[in-house]
Design a protein around this ligand. Sequence first.
Ligand code: SF4
Length: 719
Amino acid sequence: MTDGARSATPPGLTPREVATHCPYCALQCGMTLRADDAGVTVHPREFPTNRGGLCQKGWTAAELLDHPDRLTTPLVRDAATGELHPASWDDALDRVVAGIRAVQHDAGRDAVAVFGGGGLTNEKAYALGKFARIGLRTRHIDYNGRFCMSSAAAAGMRAFGIDRGLPFPLADLGRADTLLLVGANPAETMPPLVRWLTEQRRNGGKLIVIDPRVTATARQADLHLQPLPGTDLAVANALLHIALTEGWVDRDYVADRTTGFDAVRRGVAAWWPARAEQLSGVPVADLEATARALGTGGRVIILTARGAEQHAKGVDTVTAYVNLALALGLPGRDGSGYGCLTGQGNGQGGREHGQKADQLPGYRKIDDPAAREHVAGVWGVPADELPGPGVPAYQLLDSLGTPGGPRALLVFGSNPVVSAPRAARIEGRLRDLDLLVVADLLLSETATLADVVLPTAQWAEEDGTMTNLEGRVLRRRALRPPPPGVRTDLAIISDLAARLADAEPTDVDPASVRPAAVAAARFPADPAAVFAELRRASAGGAADYAGISWDRIDADDGVYWPCPTEDGPDTPRLFADRFATADGRARFHPVDHRPAAEEVCATYPLHFTTGRVLAQYQSGTQTRRVAALRRAAPEAFVELHPDLATRLGIDDGDPVRVTSRRGEFRAPARLSAGIRPDTVFAPFHYAGAGRANSVTNDAVDPISGMPEFKICAVRVEKA
Ligand code: SF4
């Protein structure tokens, strides 16, 4: 298959229809795209996860295909005027290559960095990681998935030896007797998933939600625990304390399948329920009712999401819920378990194949000599040519343009000007670069700062694979080729690799300059060829895709990794017999509550937390341009409790200013009794004056590098 070519027409569809998946979140709902004289339309498709459901974002996704804001030619910044102007592909790519070579010549290979995205297909994520490591030979690559679920990934790795969001199919949720959601609001972030929650309760199950706000999901719960932001860890330790006291811990499971429980048992002994209530505000009776439902509930599932993760103690918070799940004997038990709800469309696959600073394809560690040998062998380079680990996303962004930091950045599928914490500071760092290159389909806020903007294909114009929240690898199928003037990300990477190889040798490392033809062959633009290579590179790794073919995905409604052989089974459920650790046992880790990185004070007396709304997605680059979504959620808002509003002299709809030590943003007030009076909330999808990330804290988790999006101290006043 050639770049941009159409997939074969699946059985039952006309040549002008294609069975694919939504471009947005990790639920990756099945949909059919149909082209007719009126344009491209979206039709829901029966698929095991969404069962024919789509949310408003999915329904309207095709509107961007022919949107007037769509980029259809490269843009290059004119040095004299400072404006972006249309340019030919040759001129734009030459400018990129000249800029990269100049920076490498002056400051070395690590002075060029790459920033990827959790929406890129597996093929793109793989190619981008490979391009960074052997095309640019820089250690600096990371991606916006670091802001999404890196804390759960790290907690899963240290407890289970593997990181797969859900280690069981989504359908298991419908069978759970007790389902605990921690910091998850799927009713707004992935509405079709709610069908499973409805089914669960119809089957007599109990739904418990832990969230500081009365969200659309919390309203459906049998029990809602509403802790102070940043106290989820203490709540988990108290739940385990109660389970121990009541004798609900599965001692046989703990003895046979885990290590390290004694230290956890000693740690949670200090978290008697009244102490947790004093800290979190969750009544003892609710803690006891929750522990009882978990400890005596038959099939029990605990799920965490961004609310638990996006803290400077996110790994420890998730670990506390993993400890609870292990103590109750849940992981690996039929119908039970612990899982994390992934956010971005390919948040799972995007981190498995080399976009993360410390990882090589197949979820291999870049500092593991055997992993380096294997991947270098597939790439046809000596292992010692591969750079070492880089730094996590925020650290990378915050070092741009600073002494010793990268001076050139290539961004694919990400908009950190809106999505990064302490965003004004990151915007300044981007402005300080010698060269900023952004590949995107629209002129995002980050792209407006770029020296070169490269227009890329959309999801309906490319083939590839995505890995959903269950670890199920899916096919993305092209309905039509990209419009004239637009290239796929894979084609851009291939072009850049060829031109970099062809560029004048420099004193960076003349020996490493390779002929263009060799470089182009090494970076094919054909997604099928890239996937074939990805399979070889991932073979033997934790996320083993070696046995996954596109044909098999078509035949089986997706294939769960690990899947090492084409004729062997895939793995819908993990941990039935053993965990992915050396001795097959899961690991307990004692964790304790610690305060947020920034506490409230007289000047900044309120807790601030961020989140999502149904009609917008991530930084909003795409969804803010869709008419129906813009009408539904046109601007940022500041949600605050009526009692707090009265105290501050604020009425519903008044413009308010939210100020932290890092900056401010403005948005209309939205009064809601569903939020704690000591906490205010805003969605983070918006740019400009309504950019919530102007105030968020850039403190990061020491293990995962996850920023503390979910809590900081602010002042709120009428603007
Ligand atoms: S945004 Fe998510 S929930 Fe909505 S249709 Fe797309 S994949 Fe499904």
